[in-house]
Design a protein around this ligand. Structure first.
Ligand SMILES: *[C@@H]1O[C@H](CO)[C@@H](O)[C@H](O)[C@H]1NC(C)=O
Ligand SMILES: *[C@@H]1O[C@H](CO)[C@@H](O)[C@H](O)[C@H]1NC(C)=O
Ligand SMILES: *[C@@H]1O[C@H](CO)[C@@H](O)[C@H](O)[C@H]1NC(C)=O
Ligand SMILES: *[C@@H]1O[C@H](CO)[C@@H](O)[C@H](O)[C@H]1NC(C)=O
Ligand SMILES: *[C@@H]1O[C@H](CO)[C@@H](O)[C@H](O)[C@H]1NC(C)=O
Length: 597
């Protein structure tokens, strides 16, 4: 690619002169992979006439201001605890320096990108550059956008293996997307099989009814957790196990629970009704609102297993709290003749962009999707993680599934060394979300072997983990040395049941497992805590981790057995206190409410 070694005089009205006249030709690599990411192959050049919409994250003027504020309002010991920020206050903290804005605009102007196609996010921290020709994007970013196809799903995306920015911009631009993030967030759901020895039993079938009748518990009727919950999970099992059955939500006009959905997963209203009829007959009026984000659909004849699982368990634990299902466009077919929708692989950005601009945001949000951390470019992961911090600062509790791959599945480092490493997941490793691992069995619960956990290679250990995580690492000695990062953010933070969940999909009972089960379960419990707080005119809990890591002894069911094998290794062991399999343990609502209520 040829750069014009030419400095220009910027023709925008400036109140302050630019510090230097930038040399736009002095380009440096921003991010590049050593090879085409695994599972993707190039199928050809970008189609003639294709355009792309770019998002440019601008670095904030005061780098740590947002995170400082987040910790203050989230730390129960701080005088600002619960004093969450408004949209405008967040915007002020993440605002770029005026020089940053001028410089980036001058650069775009230099490449003849019209001002009319540039729009800032509501906080001014991201710029969207709409529908520019691929050739122009290639020049702008020193990129080589091509069409890549996924070996399994045949999904096609437009990406580049690397991109560059003028040296003068590196201090001002955090990331440009979509560029090098090839990953596709996957739902963390490992098994899905019909109930009853492989027979698919339609709803209404007599055998089905008989079988369900034996499994069903009357709402709140379990005093102790029946042993049947060890082999098949119902809402009654979870409500007994996590001690929520006697609580009746009281702040339902103010409190709500959000479920983030991607990849064309739809939650079905009639399936929820069937589910409630069978498992929570006092809650058959439960319903949810669908919010479509950026072209997301709501096809009520195309049930998604993940979507139904999330909604059915979130509703049955949080009822009558309003639940909102966000349908964010996930994997559109590749149409070379129209603009490649940028949401193909930037779903968090689309959804966060939408959510952060809402006047009302649910106080609790559950997301059961993720990706291998190493397949997410560092600059992209950092920028998205900062957006989760914005949600936390505004008083939202954000929960993510830890993943279903134990310590790792494909355990080869992608940095060119090909060495074996444990593979953490993103966004599970973002320090500003609460990550949920998996358990199984009852009396006692043990770690589910699928439960992903470990240590980030991108995010350092946050302050809230400085008491509980180092003792775990010390206890490991030299075991697995070099396979995991001893200074990284440890995950998960908490856990919940992850196996043998009965759900209804298209009128048919299925049994599923994965941390996709754990996450809506934990989020629903958190949402009940938020209900309690709000009904007492207290602020919601917001970012949970500083609170969770200080109520260690009393609020959790500590999980002390089981492990999360992977990478041909036995994995980490669950033990007393925090561990990278089940975190601090499972939530006991009854005990937590005495701490937060
Ligand atoms: C934010 O929402 C307002 C009101 O709904 C809308 O007018 C505005 O365009 C949105 N801004 C962005 C950046 O999406
Ligand atoms: C649930 O909500 C949807 C969409 O708002 C509506 O079409 C449907 O009739 C409702 N179902 C029940 C049982 O209220
Ligand atoms: C909804 O899903 C069904 C089943 O997958 C499909 O046949 C139908 O075309 C879809 N409808 C729309 C509008 O996409
Ligand atoms: C370990 O994590 C730290 C961040 O805490 C990071 O700077 C470092 O590069 C990581 N090491 C490896 C080998 O990935
Ligand atoms: C359930 O919560 C109550 C407080 O609401 C507490 O007294 C009780 O010990 C809890 N039960 C269990 C089994 O943890």
């Amino acid at each position: 690619m040829i750069w014009r070694f030419l400095s220009i005089v910027v023709a925008v009205p400036l109140s302050v002169a630019l510090p230097i006249t930038p040399r736009w030709g002095d380009s440096q690599v921003k991010h590049s992979w050593v090879r085409v990411p695994r599972d993707w192959y190039c199928v050809g050049p970008a189609p003639e006439g294709a355009t792309i919409t770019l998002r440019i994250a601008l670095k904030p003027h005061r780098e740590d201001a947002l995170v400082e504020a987040l910790y203050q309002v989230s730390d129960p010991a701080h005088e600002r605890y619960g004093d969450h920020l408004s949209k405008a206050q967040v915007a002020a903290l993440v605002a770029p320096h005026p020089d940053t804005i001028r410089l980036v605009h001058a650069w775009l102007d230099h490449h003849d990108i019209p001002t009319s196609s540039i729009s800032p996010s509501h906080s001014g921290d991201w710029l969207t550059v709409s529908s520019i020709p691929i050739s122009q994007a290639n020049t702008l970013l020193g990129a080589s956008y091509k069409v890549y196809q996924h070996i399994e799903t045949n999904e096609r995306i437009l990406r580049t293996v690397g991109y560059s920015l003028p040296a003068a911009l590196h201090a001002h631009v955090a990331v440009v997307a979509p560029t090098t993030y090839f990953g596709r967030p996957r739902p963390w759901r490992r098994t899905s099989h019909p109930i009853s020895n492989g027979r698919i039993l339609p709803h209404g079938d007599a055998d089905f009814q008989a079988e369900i009748a034996t499994l069903r518990g009357k709402p709140g009727s379990f005093v102790t957790v029946p042993s049947s919950c060890g082999s098949l999970i119902t809402p009654s099992c979870l409500r007994a196990l996590y001690n929520t059955s006697t609580y009746i939500p009281a702040a339902t006009s103010k409190n709500s629970l959000g479920i983030a959905g991607y990849l064309d997963e739809y939650a079905i209203h009639t399936d929820l009704k069937t589910f409630m009829t069978n498992f929570r007959s006092d809650a058959i009026t439960a319903n949810f609102t669908v919010v479509k984000v950026n072209g997301g659909l709501d096809n009520q004849t195309d049930p998604g297993v993940e979507a139904n699982l999330d909604i059915q368990y979130a509703e049955s634990i949080s009822f009558p709290t309003p639940n909102i299902y966000y349908s964010t466009a996930g994997s559109p077919p590749f149409k070379p003749d129209v603009e490649q929708r940028t949401n193909t692989n930037e779903p968090y950005l689309d959804w966060l962009d939408f959510l952060l601009n809402q006047t009302t945001i649910p106080q609790t949000i559950s997301t059961s999707y993720g990706d291998d951390e190493q397949t997410v470019p560092l600059d992209y992961a950092q920028s998205v993680c900062t957006l989760f911090a914005q949600l936390g600062a505004m008083g939202v509790s954000v929960l993510f599934a830890s993943g279903d791959t134990g310590v790792g599945f494909d355990c080869v480092a992608n940095d060119g060394t090909d060495r074996t490493i444990f593979i953490p997941n993103f966004p599970a490793t973002c320090p500003f979300v609460t990550t949920v691992g998996g358990t199984t069995g009852v009396n006692p619960e043990t770690a589910a072997s699928l439960s992903s956990g470990g240590f980030s290679n991108y995010f350092a250990r946050p302050s809230y983990q400085t008491t509980v995580v180092p003792p775990f690492i010390t206890s490991m000695g030299t075991l697995f040395k070099g396979l995991y990062n001893t200074s990284g953010r440890g995950f998960p933070d908490i856990a919940a049941q992850a196996e043998n969940f009965q759900i209804v999909v298209g009128g048919v009972m299925e049994v599923v497992g994965g941390t996709s089960c754990s996450t809506p379960t934990a989020a629903a419990i958190v949402s009940l805590l938020n209900d309690l707080r709000i009904s007492q005119d207290k602020p919601p809990l917001g970012f949970l981790n500083p609170l969770l890591y200080t109520s260690l002894d009393t609020a959790f069911n500590d999980i002390t057995s089981g492990s999360n094998p992977g990478c041909g290794r036995s994995g980490f062991n669950a033990g007393v206190g925090w561990d990278p399999v089940t975190g601090l343990g499972t939530l006991d609502f009854g005990r937590l409410r005495t701490i937060v209520g």
